[in-house]
Design a protein around this ligand. Structure first.
Ligand SMILES: NC(=O)c1ccc[n+]([C@@H]2O[C@H](COP(=O)([O-])OP(=O)(O)OC[C@H]3O[C@@H](n4cnc5c(N)ncnc54)[C@H](OP(=O)(O)O)[C@@H]3O)[C@@H](O)[C@H]2O)c1
Length: 250
C-alpha cells in the first residue's frame, strides 16, 4: 500500500502498513468521544452490491477495515448493517490486541448497536461469543421492555424516547470510558451522525468499480443546518483503490 498524500519529501510514494498509518492521536472533543466513520463506495457512489458491501472492496480494503478496527474503544453500527452484513463478535490478531493493551485500551473494541425495534437475536454469535457483551443503544421503552430477553448477552442503554438520540448515545459511550468510536455505517446511521454534527473523521475507500443500482449514498437522511467542513488528512492507494481520510477542519 502506497501513501500518496501527504507525499514524502523526495516525492516518491512511500510504502505504508495501514496498521501504522491509522494508529494516530484522536483527541476527544468536549463531552463526547471522537467519531471516525469508515465506508467503502464504488467510483459512482454505490455502497452495496446485491445488498451487501462485500462486493465493493478488495484485499487492501479488508486490510484497512481491520486496521481501523484496531483503533477505537467502541464500534458503532446500525442494526440493519449488523443484520445484513451478519455481524459476528469483533476479532483482532493477538499482536494487534497487544498493541491496544500497550496504549491502555481493552484488547478488543466493544460493539454498540443502534436499534429502535430490537429485531436482533440474542442467541447469535455477535452476542454469545463477544469478549464483552455488546451495548444496544435503543429507546427508553424498548430498553425497559426487553432487558430480560438480552440479560447476560447485551447491555441495553436508553438513549431517547421516540428514537435513539445519537448525541445522547455518544455521551453514554463516553460515560462508559470510550474516547474513540468507529462508526461502520450504514448510510442511515451515518446520515444522522452528519446531521447532528457528530463526525470528526471520515475514512472513505473508493473502489475502482462502476455499480449503478439503488443503494444509498454513504450518508443518507436529513440535511444538516450546515455542511461539516473537512480537510484532506491522508490518501493511500493499493490495487487502484483509494483510501482517503478527511478530518473536520478546526
Ligand atoms: N459500503 C459500506 O461501507 C457499507 C457500510 C455499512 C453498511 N453498508 C450497507 O448499507 C445497508 C444498510 O445500511 P442502512 O443505511 O440501510 O441501515 P443502518 O444505518 O445500518 O441501520 C438502520 C437501522 O438502525 C437503527 N437505527 C438507526 N438510527 C436509529 C435511531 N436514531 N433510532 C433508532 N434506531 C435507529 C434502526 O434499526 P431497527 O430497524 O432495529 O429499529 C434502523 O432500521 C446494507 O446494504 C449494507 O450492506 C455499506
Amino acid at each position: 500500500m502506497r501513501r500518496l498524500f501527504p507525499s514524502s519529501r523526495d516525492d516518491v510514494a512511500s510504502e505504508v502498513d495501514p496498521l501504522d498509518a491509522y494508529d494516530e492521536p484522536r483527541p476527544a472533543p468536549r463531552g463526547r468521544p471522537w467519531v471516525t466513520v469508515d465506508m467503502v463506495a464504488s467510483v459512482d457512489g454505490a455502497t452495496a452490491v446485491d445488498g451487501r458491501s462485500g462486493g465493493l472492496g478488495g484485499p487492501a480494503d479488508k486490510a484497512v477495515f481491520r486496521a481501523l478496527r484496531a483503533v477505537p474503544d467502541v464500534i458503532l453500527v446500525g442494526a440493519a448493517t449488523a443484520r445484513v452484513e451478519r455481524y459476528g463478535p469483533v476479532r483482532l490478531d493477538p499482536q494487534v490486541q497487544a498493541r491496544r493493551v500497550a496504549r491502555g485500551q481493552a484488547p478488543l473494541p466493544r460493539l454498540a448497536l443502534v436499534s429502535g425495534r430490537l429485531d436482533l437475536d440474542p442467541t447469535s454469535a455477535m452476542f454469545t461469543d463477544a469478549a464483552e457483551p455488546p451495548l444496544v443503544l435503543t429507546t427508553t421503552s424498548m430498553a425497559a421492555g426487553h432487558a430480560g430477553r438480552f440479560a447476560g448477552r447485551a447491555e441495553l442503554v436508553a438513549c431517547g424516547d421516540e428514537q435513539v438520540d445519537l448525541a445522547t448515545a455518544l455521551a453514554e459511550l463516553g460515560r462508559r470510558g470510550a474516547s474513540v468510536v468507529l462508526a461502520e455505517g450504514g448510510p442511515h446511521l451515518n446520515g444522522q451522525l452528519v446531521a447532528a454534527d457528530l463526525v470528526d473523521e471520515w475514512c472513505q475507500s473508493v473502489a475502482p468499480l462502476l455499480v449503478a443500482g439503488g443503494s444509498a449514498r454513504v450518508a443518507h437522511g436529513p440535511e444538516p443546518e450546515r455542511p461539516t467542513v473537512l480537510a484532506l488528512h491522508r490518501v493511500l492507494e493499493a490495487d487502484g483503490e483509494l483510501f482517503t481520510t478527511y478530518r473536520r477542519r478546526q
